[in-house]
Design a protein around this ligand. Sequence first.
Ligand code: GLY
Length: 434
Amino acid sequence: MRILIVGGGGREHALAWALARSPHRPELFIAPGNAGTEALGENVALAPDDVPGLLAFARARGIDLTVAGPEQPLVAGIVDAFTEAGLPIVGPTAAAARLEGSKAFAKAFMARHGIPTAAHRTFTASEYAEAVAYLEAQGAPVVVKASGLAGGKGAVVCETLDAARAALDAMMRDQRFGAAGEEVVVEAFMAGEELSLFALTDGEAYVLLAPAQDHKRIGEGDAGPNTGGMGAYAPAPVATETVLRQARAEIIEPTLRGMAAEGHPYRGILYVGLMITDEGPKVVEYNCRFGDPEAQAVVPLLQSDLLELFLQLTEGRLEAAKPVFHPGASACVVLASKGYPGAYEKGFVIEGIERAEAMPDVVVMHAGTRRNAKGELVTAGGRVLAVSALGADLAEALEKAYRAVDVIHFEGMQYRRDIGRKGLKRLSARGIVS
Ligand code: GLY
């Protein structure tokens, strides 16, 4: 069986790593992949948003199943193009991927279906004065979001009204987010702890993977600017049985029913970003794909064959799926370049990965890596590696991940030392760890 994975980050390395272990023994192609995925399959020099190129490649190489990692090709319609060509692919159609591609659509959809989320209003480019008036009536803190895809930078949590006006100006007047800022969503700030839930769904049946928590800010204690994500762990203790039951009944199931009722059944990976508030879980955002770095924590916990689950998903057989999970926990620590999420230099030699991976239960997922002319492994992006580890519990998973981090080195390497701390604190409050 030939599988094409679209994307080249840590998430795609995690997917390739899991699929390579499948008893189906698939042949893997990763477009474009990175220096880590080249050990698992063939890297293909095609950009993730080159839908015609990917389609031509899949046809020419007899690809049996495609998995799209990032959101851009999904929102651009890769699933529609592949499906029309009779090629099985994991992911939602462009119409269904609007749950991520248009925050304005997602908020209106949630309002139509009574799905809990923050109160909001959407403004178009000509409604700047109304948007300012709404902001002023709301007061701070408040959240200003570019409706379209903005590479994770389009949601600004504003502590003051001045900051909110500045965010609005950047989107509506200065067009700093281009077309993504043509519509702007202003929504009430939600206090609580964030949780990432991933459902694999064939449009009706779904299976939930281990609930994860991301660490979006660059600095320890959630300080500093937002990043793509500096680490993750799963299962996150904030996801109690009550929270999960509410999330299933009030969010995931109404979302799947609502999308089907509106004529756009959602098939693929549904990533629901939640805020666990005093009133229960509420949707912060939907994404139409796996999270990065959440995938690097969630995927290693899956003991069942991920490929079989993907086949059940594309063939509408998920009802029968009974996935088995590792009974413990996982943690992943992202190692980033100096300067990230701002400007950073590339090309620094990376050392120590073999030593790290020789440690039990550790796997190092590559993100921004490549081989230089001398064949050395060098940095090639902001987020360079994600060091993942499994443990009997969260404390052990974190300990193993950080021990592995200690033997890896590249110039300017930065990482957060507090991954999982909120989870440990919750467990400790329940008397589960000291
Ligand atoms: N970790 C956040 C995201 O993948 O969007």
